[in-house]
Design a protein around this ligand. Structure first.
Ligand code: NAP
Ligand code: ZN
Length: 346
C-alpha cells in the first residue's frame, strides 16, 4: 500500500511530504494506524549523515504510537483496536545468543532498525513520520491504557534507552545517579531514576532549566559551564548517564564518579569521545555504553511508566513543523520532546 510520509530526500536536506510503499500485512505482521511519532536526536544524526551514508530518501521516526487496524493470520499478541507502540527495532534473527537472552538490540546478525536499514526481506525500512506502518507483531509493544498516547511515544526510544542502563547498573535507593544533558533522553532518565528511588542530579550546560529539572524529580542541579561544579562534585556518583548528543570532555565527568562507579554513554555523537586513562585508573571506574533495550524490557518499561504515571513532557507539532523542530533540537531548545501528530500528515 502507498502511504503518506515525511522524508529527507538527501543528507542534510529538509524533510518534505512524499509517499512510500508499505509491505502487505504478512501472517505475523500488524498494520498500525500511526497517531504520534516522537522526534529523537538520532533522527537528526541520521538525516544529517553524522553516522555515515544513508539510503535516502529516509523517513525517520522510531518513537511510534498508534492503533492496530489489521493483523495477520498468525498474530495472537495484538488485536485490531489495540493501542501499540514501535521503537527503534523491527526485526532481528531471533536465534542468536543475544536474541535468546532478550537483548535483540545486540543481535549477532544485526538488529533491523525501524528506518534506513535493509530488512530481512531485502527492503529498506522506513520510520514513523507517516500515517501507517507494517511491523512484525513480535516487535510491537502494548501501550498500557493509563498512558497518554502522545506522552507515551517518546518512551519507545528515550524511555527504554534510559531505563535499560538505569536497571542494568542498579539505580535505586541509596544510589547517587547523575544525568548529563536535559533533553529528550535526559528528562526521561531523571523521571525514571527518581521513580526507581535513586538520588538524582542533573548536569546541564546552564541553570536555565533548573526549575524543570527539580520538578521532574531531580534532587540537585548543576551547570557544567561552571568549573566549580567539577570540583564540588568530584567522586560523588555511583552512576552517570551521559545523554549528550555532542562530544564532551568525558575525563572530566569520570572524575565525578566514586570508586567503582560507572559512566554509561547513551549519547551517540558523530565525533569520538577521548578518555584519559588516569581518570579510569584512579578510581577503578568504568566507561560503558548502552543501546536501547530488548523487547521484553521495553514492555516492562512501559508498564513501569504506566504504574508510576510517567510520560514524556511533549510539545505536539504538526508534520510541516518538523524542520523547525529539528533546528530547535540542535539548539538544545526542546522541552523536552517534540512529537508529531501524524493526523496532520495527510
Ligand atoms: P536532545 O533532546 O537533543 O538532548 C541532548 C541534550 O544534550 C541537550 O538537550 C543538551 O542538554 C545537551 N547538549 C547538546 N549539545 C551539547 C553540547 N555541545 N555540550 C554539552 N551538552 C550538550 O537529544 P536526545 O534525543 O535526548 O538524544 C541524545 C543522544 O542520545 C543523541 O546523540 C542520540 O543519537 C543518542 N541516542 C542514543 C540511543 C542509544 O540507544 N544509545 C538512543 C536514542 C538516542 P542541556 O542543555 O541540558 O545541557
Ligand atoms: Zn531514538
Amino acid at each position: 500500500m502507498r502511504v503518506t510520509a515525511y522524508a529527507a530526500p538527501a543528507a542534510g536536506q529538509p524533510l518534505t511530504k512524499t509517499t512510500i510503499e508499505r509491505r502487505d500485512v504478512g501472517a505475523n505482521d500488524v498494520l498500525i494506524d500511526i497517531q504520534y511519532a516522537g522526534i529523537c536526536h538520532s533522527d537528526i544524526h541520521t538525516v544529517n549523515g553524522d553516522w555515515g551514508p544513508q539510503p535516502f530518501p529516509v523517513v525517520p521516526g522510531h518513537e511510534i504510537v498508534g492503533v492496530v487496524s489489521e493483523v495477520g493470520s498468525d498474530v495472537t499478541r495484538h488485536q485490531v483496536g489495540d493501542r501499540v507502540g514501535v521503537g527503534c527495532m523491527v526485526n532481528s534473527c531471533g536465534e542468536c545468543v543475544n536474541c535468546r537472552n532478550g537483548d535483540e538490540q545486540y543481535c549477532v546478525d544485526g538488529m533491523v532498525g525501524t528506518y534506513a536499514v535493509t530488512d530481512r526481506d531485502g527492503t529498506t525500512t522506513q520510520g514513523g513520520y507517516s500515517t501507517h506502518v507494517v511491523v512484525d507483531a513480535d516487535y510491537v509493544l502494548s501501550v498500557p491504557d493509563g498512558l497518554d498516547p502522545a506522552a507515551a511515544a517518546p518512551l519507545l526510544c528515550a524511555g527504554i534507552t534510559t531505563y535499560a542502563p538505569l536497571r542494568h547498573w542498579n539505580a535505586g535507593p541509596g544510589k547517587k545517579v547523575a544525568v548529563v544533558g536535559l533533553g529528550g533522553l535526559g528528562h526521561m532518565a531523571v523521571k525514571i531514576a527518581h521513580a526507581l528511588g535513586a538520588e538524582v542530579t542533573v548536569l546541564s550546560q546552564s541553570l536555565k532549566k533548573q526549575e524543570d529539572g527539580l520538578r521532574l524529580g531531580a534532587d540537585d542541579y548543576f551547570a557544567t559551564s561552571d568549573p566549580d561544579t567539577f570540583e564540588q562534585l568530584a567522586g560523588r556518583f555511583d552512576l552517570i548517564v551521559n545523554t549528550v548528543s555532542a562530544s564532551i570532555d568525558i575525563s572530566a565527568y569520570l572524575g565525578l564518579l566514586a570508586v567503582d562507579g560507572t559512566l554509561v554513554n547513551v549519547g551517540a555523537p558523530a565525533d569520538p569521545l577521548p578518555v584519559q586513562a588516569m581518570s579510569l585508573i584512579s578510581g577503578r571506574r568504568s566507561f560503558a555504553g548502552s543501546m536501547i533495550g530488548g523487547i521484553a524490557l521495553t514492555q516492562e518499561m512501559l508498564d513501569f511508566c504506566a504504574e508510576h504515571g510517567l510520560g514524556a513532557e511533549v510539545e505536539v507539532i504538526a508534520a510541516d513543523q518538523v524542520n523547525e523542530a529539528y533546528e530547535r533540537v540542535l539548539a538544545s531548545d526542546v522541552r523536552y520532546r517534540f512529537v508529531i501528530d501524524t493526523s496532520t500528515i495527510d
